[in-house]
Design a protein around this ligand. Sequence first.
Ligand code: UDP
Length: 315
Amino acid sequence: MRSVVTGGAGFLGSHLCDRLLSEKHEVVCIDNLITGDTANIAHLIGNPKFSFIQHDVTNYIYIDGSVDFIFHFASPASPIDYLKLPIQTLKVGSLGTHKALGLAKAKKARFFIASTSEVYGDPLVHPQEESYWGNVNPVGPRGVYDEAKRFSEAMTMAYHRYHGIDTRIVRIFNTYGERMRLNDGRAIPAFMSQAIRNEDLTVFGDGSQTRSVCYVSDLIDGIYKLMISAYDMPMNIGNPEEVTILELAKEILRLTGSRSKIIFQDLPEDDPKVRQPDITKAREILGWMPIITREEGLARTYKYFLKKMQNQQPG
Ligand code: UDP
């Protein structure tokens, strides 16, 4: 089996490369490194089954030889990244998806798109099941990501229906774990790095908004199971255990034993008030559900961030 992973040097993409290699795939990783980092794949360099191409997939993608699976994971994915890179975010979700689908058609490969819970926007249905069409503000600051991903789902279904391409769509809910960037602005890396530095934890709004966070190994397992299943409609993968952001900040304070305080800052525009996946489909069709508790996952992630920060500040 030979797989192509776009965004393969990113947080999720690099964990996916690891999993595919462990399943005996040959892996071609493509990344333009605007938010990805070669440090995430450094341990794979020299593996004869792994290769890396630095390339922007909004341009034509050339791959020699046969390909069985294409995973399109390239995209800025944290709110501060896509606010900083709005055009690139729209381009990789639209033009990048088109190029990756073109490659799938040429190679007769199965195509797998990394979509997102953001297609549900600030949801009016809770928890979110796949049949919900969402509540997205197309012209708000988050619209660049949400609409790019909604377009990528539509394009995937068009190639599926019109060209008969074998496709899979995963809607990924908030995920955390090793290889997240300390400064990617998301709640868990932000709170952990603040706690380690004994700085105040910045909770946005009153912290009553909820998220449901999934540890990365669980998420990748769901993705792998979806890829080998026969199911070709969108599927939620995430951990349904819901928590308020204020509670999450308190959990991180307890875990780290930090002296930091919690301070409240303005809630960003269009910040979703709730988010929780309905994973009935994943349970019934894939036999998948998350197994790592938040306590365990946060402890592992903390260990990673602590080491990373110590390496950044020698002595
Ligand atoms: N958040 C926060 N403080 C931070 C970073 C994020 O309170 O330093 C909040 C953010 O407003 C949102 C939630 O935590 O309500 C999750 O944010 P994140 O960026 O992790 O992901 P999102 O689910 O919003 O894409």
